[in-house]
Design a binder for this molecule. Structure first.
Ligand SMILES: [Zn+2]
Ligand SMILES: [Zn+2]
Length: 128
């Protein structure tokens, strides 16, 4: 099982498999809510097994999506589109990321911050 938790540990969950291609989003919302970038794996929300979630809080960040975070420590944890059963899971909250999890794509680089460059030899999309 892949285990994940927020920084303070009040939100803990695990899941069997996730998308090994990590997507990094540079859009303004992701930069604001994460503090820099949103890097995520993905799985079905129904497949997440929570062992603790008392402080898991959802923020409606747009008409089409919500973001899950820990209200105690502020860790960004989830991104979920309204109409989708899948959920994006912050790569940074994984406690034991599998070895084959790698950044495979950068998206919305048109909105990226001016203070960094992207030098990954992977797919780079200005939007999605
Ligand atoms: Zn927390
Ligand atoms: Zn984004």
């Amino acid at each position: 099982m892949i285990k994940a938790s927020c920084e303070c540990g009040k939100v803990r969950f695990e899941f069997a498999t996730g998308r090994k291609e990590i997507t990094v989003c540079h859009c303004t919302q992701c930069r604001k809510t994460s503090g820099h970038l949103w890097a995520a794996t993905r799985t079905e929300f129904a497949d997440l097994r929570f062992t603790s979630k008392e402080t898991l809080t959802w923020y409606t960040s747009s008409e089409w999506a919500r973001r899950g975070f820990c209200s105690a420590c502020g860790s960004s944890l989830f991104y979920q589109m309204k109409d989708e059963t899948g959920v994006g899971i912050a790569a940074g909250c994984l406690d034991n990321p599998p070895d084959d999890f790698k950044i495979a794509k950068h998206i919305f680089t048109k909105d990226k911050g001016c203070y960094y460059d992207i030098n990954d030899p992977v797919e780079i999309l200005e939007t999605y």
